[in-house]
Ligand binder design. Structure first.
Ligand SMILES: C[S@@+](CC[C@H](N)C(=O)[O-])C[C@H]1O[C@@H](n2cnc3c(N)ncnc32)[C@H](O)[C@@H]1O
Length: 258
């Protein structure tokens, strides 16, 4: 009914080009012939950029969504990276090797927190298990290993309007100071931290809804599916603009294993 998200978004999270570049350069630096894994990689744009930047490195991307993984394979081939990047459609816990030199987990903590029967959407109905994710990431890298961990946090105390279209509970997320504590407790040093700006969020949310709007522009108003598509676009914008804009945040941590 709508276009694939990769046609509207560069990343499946509120990440600007500038922020991506900072993290790609940091991960690629010193990777040598090591492997960088991206768990919950989406269509693996960040992973492919790291591998392109580190010419001897290998990459492993894992995501449950087979269409996104297939798109990642196509892009890897187009960029001449296919022989150095393995892209797997499946559960992150099953395919993450015991040991890699660097890791990416961006908006993917539910990989470790949800029970296997619970899908990625349902996983947000319970408090996000940052600790399970951070401990699993720590186990998979050697001392000194670099991890780019990014996840949703509360930027401001949650309001009823903000939580209603999300998980419906104030304890779904923590704020940035608590997240840094959890990362340290899991055995990491925090080399850098930040939160997505409102502009990154606006770009992300409008990109998300743009597929619906593009569909409406390409079809007659009396198309049998038009009302449903319009309703989805309106719901998306209302959830954000009248709900969690400025309250839901996205934290970015540059972690080193201690
Ligand atoms: C918010 S998106 C982020 C994607 C990507 N890291 C990015 O920033 O562009 C989270 C991704 O995690 C994937 N995912 C959710 N649960 C997973 C699991 N158990 N194993 C692997 N991938 C999972 C989803 O399919 C989705 O593509």
């Amino acid at each position: 009914m709508t276009l694939p998200l990769w046609q509207q978004l560069t990343f499946l999270s509120p990440v600007s080009e500038q922020r991506a570049e900072t993290h790609v350069a940091w991960l690629a630096e010193g990777l040598g012939a090591g492997t960088v894994a991206d768990v919950g990689c989406g269509w693996a744009e960040l992973l492919l950029r790291v591998v392109a930047r580190a010419p001897r490195a290998r990459g492993l991307g894992v995501d449950l969504d087979a269409d996104r993984v297939e798109h990642a394979r196509t892009v890897a081939t187009e960029r001449g990276l296919r022989d150095r990047v393995e892209l797997v459609a499946g559960a992150g816990v099953e395919h993450l090797p015991e040991r890699v030199e660097a890791l990416v987990a961006v908006g993917a903590s539910q990989v470790w927190g949800a029970t296997p029967e619970v899908g990625p959407d349902d996983a947000y109905d319970q408090p996000l298990d940052y600790t399970a994710a951070l401990r699993a990431l720590r186990r998979a890298v050697p001392r000194g290993g670099r991890v780019y961990y990014a996840e949703a946090v509360w930027s401001r105390p949650p309001t009823p309007e903000a939580v209603a279209p999300l998980g419906g509970r104030d304890d779904e997320l923590v704020a940035l100071p608590e997240l840094l504590d959890l990362a340290k407790e899991a055995g990491f040093g925090v080399l850098g931290f930040g939160e997505s700006t409102l502009q990154e969020w606006d770009d992300f949310e409008s990109g998300f809804a743009a597929g619906h709007v593009a569909w409406l522009a390409a079809h007659e108003p009396d198309h049998p599916e038009a009302a449903a598509v319009r309703e989805r676009a309106d719901r998306q914008y209302a959830a954000y603009l009248r709900g969690y804009r400025g309250v839901l945040g996205f934290a970015h941590l540059r972690l080193v294993a201690l």
